[in-house]
Design a protein around this ligand. Structure first.
Ligand SMILES: NC(=O)c1ccc[n+]([C@@H]2O[C@H](COP(=O)([O-])OP(=O)(O)OC[C@H]3O[C@@H](n4cnc5c(N)ncnc54)[C@H](OP(=O)(O)O)[C@@H]3O)[C@@H](O)[C@H]2O)c1
Length: 294
């Protein structure tokens, strides 16, 4: 059993999260000593940025060199990687998938390894060095479930990253993950839609990004400070059905692919509008406008 600061950590899968998490752990003084990936180039990219870390050929090489192995492949490959390795009893094996729990690592626990799921509620896109990665993880919530020594160690790792560990019951993990997707991937989809409208007005994508990014950043910061009811603005939460109708009219002409989404978002804004004090009559009109004719 490993403990405290002497844990030698390895990564199998040097992609978006593997790179960011390994760099962040290095940034807070953890010993990341071994990396393998499907391609040698990815493993070398990461190993070259962490002092004392080596790129290895196989997942087995990483397991042999480490006390704790993070399997940071795509979700669909985690169980296969776990099955492909001869684990030592007492060794730690962890995945970072948000939707699944530790059952993905049954092959490792069957061999006597301690297993864990440690999902950071954060996006890792574009992290290039340890300081930047550690900063990105500061304040982040980690959903952790684990067996053996990892039950104490993984929450302590989250704290070391200046984050906090929480427990989500296994059956609710997909709900927890849906929240992450709404807050990250689908925010990306919404911003892409907002930026795309700038092309319909004759501007470049860069113009759209320059216009949209400060607005969205300020919205998120305001929500972080005061909560959605106090911070969200816009015609839907003001109960302004006429403005929404004007948007729908021009969207149907210039961006009909966004109409259904815009209607759904308007309807989904009704509870926020009510919480902000919009009256039932205006809410009914808002709902009718969102539904459209027919
Ligand atoms: N991306 C995020 O922000 C984020 C956030 C939270 C959780 N996660 C979780 O993190 C995990 C990794 O996601 P990701 O976004 O980092 O995926 P990704 O960018 O696609 O990276 C996966 C990496 O695994 C490598 N790989 C694929 N199959 C492999 C195999 N059989 N053996 C060894 N290496 C293999 C790939 O190899 P090569 O590059 O070598 O070809 C790639 O570098 C997933 O469980 C995901 O749910 C991701």
């Amino acid at each position: 059993m490993a403990s405290g600061d002497n844990v030698r950590i390895g990564f199998v899968g040097a992609g978006t999260l593997g790179r960011g998490l390994a760099l962040a752990l290095d940034g807070v003084g953890c010993e990341v000593v071994a990396v393998s990936s499907r391609s040698r180039a990815s493993a070398e990219w990461l190993a070259e940025r962490i002092d004392g870390s080596a790129a290895m050929e196989t997942a087995q090489d990483v397991a042999d060199a480490c006390d704790l192995v993070f399997i940071t492949t795509p979700d669909g490959a985690i169980a296969d990687v776990a099955l492909s390795v001869n684990w030592r009893a007492g060794q730690g094996v962890v995945h970072c998938c948000g939707a699944a729990s530790i059952e993905l690592l049954d092959a490792a626990s069957g061999a006597g390894a301690a297993v864990g799921a440690m999902h950071p509620f954060q996006t890792f896109a574009g992290l290039g060095d340890s300081t930047e990665a550690a900063r990105r993880l500061s304040g982040v919530t980690f959903a952790v479930s684990a067996t053996g020594w990892l039950a104490d160690y993984l929450p302590s790792l989250a704290e070391r990253l200046d984050g906090r560990a929480i427990t989500i019951p296994d059956e609710l993990r997909p709900l927890y993950h849906a929240s992450a997707v709404l807050a990250c991937g689908y925010v990306g989809t919404l911003l892409d839609a907002a930026i795309g409208l700038w092309a319909r007005m004759g501007f470049t994508e860069e113009d759209g990004v320059r216009a949209v990014a400060p607005l969205s950043r300020a919205t998120i910061e305001a929500i972080a400070a005061a909560g959605p009811v106090n911070a969200v603005t816009g015609p839907a939460v003001r109960g302004d059905a006429d403005t929404i109708a004007a948007h729908l009219s021009l969207l149907s002409e210039h961006a009909p692919h966004l109409l259904a989404l815009y209607r759904e978002l308007t309807a989904a804004s009704v509870p926020l509008a009510r919480a902000k004090g919009v009256g039932e009559g205006e809410l009914a009109r808002l709902r009718r406008t969102a539904r459209g004719p027919g």
